[in-house]
Design a protein around this ligand. Structure first.
Ligand SMILES: [Zn+2]
Length: 256
């Protein structure tokens, strides 16, 4: 926010989360392409029923009207017009649990960050991820590709081309702490987990792929829960974060 001297009073953004505020108000954390993350107070929103309440649901892409005030980080919202509701994400528990992971990551990565370019790329990625999560059949693959792109965006993409210790291409496992593949000889000296050649091949493919490659990758991958867990481990290890929405998603998988 500090890098812009003036701001329009109309901005498009995606609601990351909604929390109760004083006097029946709701605090919205919104990721915008133009200004990074901003917060809006929607007055009396908790008293509004049905139609208008939909405008402030998490994951919704809306146009927000507000008065910009220099030096402020929280703005009073005048109105919100829905551009994309993502209704399907609220009607399916599995998809909504993944949407929560996507939003939390976008929230955590823009927390106290002044990197304008990063916020812009994260906005585009979240926008694309939420849309695909609603429309594509394999929600697990959408999550895997989103996580892979976030790792790449954050500069912590795993090294999946060679052993991270010695450079050998005969790899047998993955060490999160060391940043990627390891060979047989180096494995005992690391915290690496052993994987089958097929699993390593799939993780390599997903690491190199982007959300836009969804339909190509769909033909080539099997269940990608191992990969998702690995990407989460990489993100949590290298950024010192905890993705709180992830355990709930894993619990859902055990029920289905
Ligand atoms: Zn090695």
């Amino acid at each position: 926010m500090g890098m812009v001297s003036s701001m329009n009073d109309k901005v498009t953004g995606i609601i990351l989360k909604q929390s109760d505020y004083k006097d029946h108000s709701v605090l919205l954390s919104v990721l915008t392409r133009e200004y990074g993350k901003v917060s809006f107070v929607a007055s009396g929103a908790r008293k509004i029923t049905s139609k208008n309440a939909m405008n402030i649901l998490p994951y919704t892409k809306s146009e927000f009207l507000f008065d910009y005030k220099e030096g402020k980080t929280i703005f009073r919202l005048k109105s919100a017009t829905t551009i994309q509701l993502h209704r399907g994400l609220h009607e399916d528990l599995m998809r909504s649990s993944i949407a929560a992971i996507l939003s939390e990551i976008a929230d955590v990565f823009t927390y106290q960050s002044d990197d304008y370019g990063l916020a812009q790329r994260l906005y585009d990625l979240l926008d694309q991820g939420l849309t695909m999560l609603e429309t594509e059949t394999n929600s697990q693959l959408v999550l895997a590709l989103f996580l892979s792109e976030v790792a790449s965006l954050g500069g912590v993409s795993p090294n999946v081309d060679e052993c991270v210790i010695c450079g050998s291409t005969k790899v047998v496992g993955i060490s999160v702490a060391d940043g990627g593949f390891v060979c047989e000889r180096c494995l005992p000296s690391t915290q690496a987990t052993r994987y089958t050649p097929e699993q390593l091949k799939q993780f390599r493919l997903l690491t190199k792929a982007k959300l836009e490659h969804y339909s190509i990758v769909l033909e080539l991958v099997d269940n990608c829960m191992h990969d998702i867990q690995l990407f989460v481990d990489f993100l949590e290890t290298f950024f010192g974060i905890k993705i709180r929405a992830f355990p709930f998603y894993k619990r859902l998988l055990t029920i289905e």
